[in-house]
Write a protein that binds this ligand. Structure first.
Ligand SMILES: O=P(O)(O)OC[C@H]1O[C@H](OP(=O)(O)OP(=O)(O)O)[C@H](O)[C@@H]1O
Ligand SMILES: Nc1nc2[nH]cnc2c(=O)[nH]1
Ligand SMILES: [Mg+2]
Length: 168
């Protein structure tokens, strides 16, 4: 994960596809060691979909259910009252299921999904301190004031050589 400081002092942590894949495989290893196998996986859309696909492949799990929660306003990334727009019907009360998301931040999304699936295990790749109590397993902790940029949030971009910046 690469930390970048912008002039406004907003911290970003950029995750590449390679790192995400490595971290998801590491999460699969730890989950199998701790819990054995799962009957099914519930992906929290949209961020949990790719991690869930990687975990499903590694753990030999083909039953993938989803729950769709809208927690952040699209335009400004600010938090709003979370709204479930698709329920994880196949998962029952969560017994034998693994819930997967890309990260926990405030923990609001994870808390809501756990209330709907009280018997499920919850796993994610990255956890900020406020969200940590709501996850059973994660790979890496990220500071609360850091915004994680996932590979699907970014694109390679031309960057001018340092020597040109010095002349400005
Ligand atoms: O712990 P919280 O403060 O609730 O934040 C974590 C949630 O926020 C992000 O999803 P987002 O709502 O942005 O939707 P998306 O997955 O569809 O991009 C992320 O994928 C988690 O699901
Ligand atoms: N991409 C992204 N989405 C989030 N939703 C809540 N926190 C975050 C974050 O740090 N990064
Ligand atoms: Mg999400």
């Amino acid at each position: 994960m690469t930390n970048t400081q912008t002039p406004q002092s907003v911290q970003y942590a950029t995750v590449t596809w390679d790192q995400l894949h490595r971290d998801a495989r590491h999460l699969a290893t730890e989950l199998m060691r701790k819990y054995g196998s799962f009957q099914g996986i519930v992906a929290i859309t949209r961020g949990g979909l790719i991690p869930a696909a990687i975990l499903g492949r590694e753990m030999g799990c083909r039953l993938i259910e989803s729950i769709s929660v809208i927690s952040y306003a699209e335009e400004e990334g600010s938090q709003r009252e979370p709204q479930v727009v698709k329920a994880p019907v196949a998962a029952g009360d969560g017994e034998g299921f693994l819930i997967v998301d890309d990260l926990v931040d405030s923990g609001v999304t994870a808390k809501l999904v756990r209330e709907l699936l009280p018997k499920a295990v919850f796993a994610c790749l990255y956890a900020k301190p406020d969200g940590k109590p709501h996850t059973d397993q994660f790979v890496m902790e990220v500071p609360q004031d850091t915004w994680v940029l996932f590979p699907w949030d970014t694109a390679p971009l031309f960057v001018p050589p340092l020597v040109k910046k010095e002349k400005e």
